[in-house]
Design a protein around this ligand. Sequence first.
Ligand code: SF4
Ligand code: SF4
Length: 172
Amino acid sequence: MSITDLTTTKKPDSALRLKILGKIGEQKPYNCFQCIRCTSGCPSMKMLELKPHEIVSLARLGFVEELITSGIAWTCTTCLKCKERCPQAVAPVDLIIALRNIAVEKEAKVPESFLHSLSAILETGFIQKPQNTVTRKLERMNREKLGLPKFCEPDEKFKAAFFKVLEQSQEE
Ligand code: SF4
Ligand code: SF4
C-alpha cells in the first residue's frame, strides 16, 4: 500500500507525533514553510516515495505509523544535504533517523542491507567488509597485493561499546 493510501485511510496519532518530536532535539519541523529546498537537493528523491518536505509535513501532523509502515525512511542515504539546505533549521534527515529508531522499537521490518551493515560493523568495524578489486588488466587484487596493512578485526571492547550504544538508542 502506498503512503498516500495509508494516510488517506488513517487518522494521525498525536502520541507518536510527540514521541518523534522528542527525538529530534533542537530541530523544529513546525518552522517548515514547504519551500522544497530539501527535496530539490536530495540525491534519493527519485527513489523516495515521499520527498523530504512531505516527510516533514506528514510527521508534524502525526502520520508517524504510516511513514514507518511505508518503509520510505530506509531509502534516505543520510547525506545530510537537506539539513544543510534548509533555511529554517528543520532537518528532514533527523526526522527520518527518528522514524528509523521508532521503526526498530516497534519491531517493524528493517531492510536486510541495514542488518548486513550492522553485522559488518561487528565483524570489521566498518559498514562494509573488505572487498577484492579488479585492475584494468583484469587482475584480481586484495589488500595484501595492494600493499595495504593487514586488516584488524575489532576487539571485544569495541563490540561491547557497540552493543551498549545500540541498547541506549533503543531506550531513548
Ligand atoms: S528546506 Fe526546510 S523549510 Fe524548506 S521544505 Fe525543506 S524542511 Fe521545509
Ligand atoms: S539526508 Fe536523506 S532526505 Fe536528506 S537530502 Fe540526503 S538522502 Fe535526501
